[in-house]
Design a protein around this ligand. Structure first.
Ligand SMILES: Cc1ncc(COP(=O)(O)O)c(C=O)c1O
Length: 427
């Protein structure tokens, strides 16, 4: 047994955690709105919505009631040969909002992307026009299953599997921030590269609309996405939008793609889908795509599915979450305005660079020494300082961001910014 084995917990293997360098985890016994209630300690503000999933707040009574009611009626049913009202309702509602008529269920963000990828590849085969090239962006993160890993940026996280990942053509992501004078030139260069790549027949281009999350809360302008879409449509390739993070109001519109006025062919959703209550993924597809999978020949079928496909509890949570979003759109539409005064103030700090904000997501880079990217330690120091002040952050290297649940109140949001500013002063 390693000397480190018991630091975390003798029986658990935590995600994204190096046991040798981690500190013991904090025990949480309850959640209440934006707060996590710690065992024997003060409540702490969940300023990153527990890995970006908690949309309306922890233990929101409307969603927990919907799940409890559904659990007493039907907790699970095989989703081939059977269907149930919650799934039908959810599919109807999401297809109305997304203008993508077909909903395919899976279990999380990675599987939602895998399904989109498989549908895209098989769509061309079913039409007897097999194509090879897939295009993704530098800095992308689409999940941790093999297909999703291959689409994502190659880095420390997937290096052990490098030789098992299929090739992907990659484009720079023209990230922008406040007072960025070069954004138009950056975008123009990428569009030229995209045009060149699209000369090769392409299965699909996949992107995270408006904000690359794990890639460092890296934001692009809606205008850029509109140009990308135009080129993709001209080339006849498919557009896959991965809105696992950006969907459900996170970026200030119901879906981020709507802000750019684009229409993807395939859309991957998860995280906020169930309000962050239950793991579920969905892939939305246009009717044009669905139609190519219909026919007498078995090989036309999408041979993919999961045991918990269309789980009624997940669907009930998702329908309840949609009610909350649709009844109070101002909560996400106006969230950005709440960030602005704090960000303006923060912009005066000498260590704060590249401020950016989109809807509920606010981010900046710490001007830090040492390696850039995920392994930079400045963020870790800031994280510790913020926790001492009752705020949970999880910076991505030297990128600090706030991605709070919609229910966070004004004084809690202020507490987050004060914790950041004080933490920066200690660096
Ligand atoms: C854009 C995006 N796609 C896919 C995923 C993978 O989702 P999951 O962790 O639910 O598998 C994530 C997770 O952070 C993500 O941000």
């Amino acid at each position: 047994m390693s000397k480190y084995s018991n630091i975390w917990n003798p029986n658990l293997w935590p995600p994204f955690t190096q046991i040798a360098t981690t500190t013991p985890p904090t025990k949480v016994i309850a959640g209440d709105g934006a707060l996590l209630i710690r065992d024997g300690d003060q409540p702490i503000i969940d300023a990153i919505s527990s890995w970006w999933v908690t949309l309306h707040g922890h233990s929101h009574p409307y969603i927990s009631n919907a799940i409890a009611t559904q659990a007493e009626r039907l907790e699970q049913v095989i989703f081939a040969d059977f269907v149930h009202p919650q799934a039908e309702n959810l599919a109807r509602r999401l297809s109305e909002i997304t203008k993508l008529q077909r909903l395919f269920f899976s279990d999380n963000g990675s599987t939602a992307v895998e399904v989109a990828l498989k549908i895209a590849c098989q769509w061309w085969q079913n039409r007897q026009e097999p194509r090879q090239q897939l295009i993704a962006f530098q800095g992308a993160y689409h999940g941790d299953t093999f297909g999703a890993m291959a689409l994502g940026e190659r880095n420390l996280f997937n290096a052990p599997f490098e030789n098992m990942l299929f090739p992907v053509s990659r484009l720079p992501w023209p990230a922008t921030w406040w007072e960025d004078d070069e954004v138009e030139q950056k975008e123009a260069r990428v569009i030229t590269q995209l045009e060149k790549l699209l000369e090769t027949p392409t299965v699909a281009v996949i992107l995270e609309p408006l904000v690359q999350g794990a890639g460092g809360m890296s934001m692009v302008r809606p205008e850029f996405l509109a140009k990308v879409e135009e080129r993709i449509k001209q080339a006849g390739a498919l557009l896959i939008a991965d809105e696992v993070l950006t969907g459900f109001g996170r970026c200030g519109s119901f879906f981020a793609f709507q802000q750019a006025g684009i229409q993807p062919d395939l859309l991957a959703l998860s995280k906020g889908l169930t309000g962050g209550f239950l793991p579920m993924g969905v892939t939305m597809a246009s009717e044009k795509i669905f139609t190519a999978f219909i026919g007498e020949e078995p090989k036309l079928t999408l041979w993919h599915g999961h045991s918990f496909t269309g789980n009624p509890l997940g669907c009930a949570a998702a329908n309840a979450s949609l009610d909350l979003l649709q009844n109070n759109p101002e909560k996400y539409e106006q969230f950005e305005l709440r960030h602005l005064p704090f960000l303006k103030n923060l912009s005066k700090h000498p260590l704060v660079k590249k401020i950016r904000v989109r809807g509920t997501i606010a981010a900046f880079d710490i001007q830090a020494k040492g390696p850039t990217g995920y392994l930079n330690t400045a963020g870790q120091k800031l994280k510790k300082a913020a926790i001492k002040r009752g705020v949970f952050l999880r910076p991505l290297g030297n990128v600090v961001y706030l991605l709070p649940p919609l229910c966070i109140n004004d004084s809690q949001l202020e507490q987050c910014y004060v914790a950041i500013e004080n933490g920066l002063n200690e660096l």
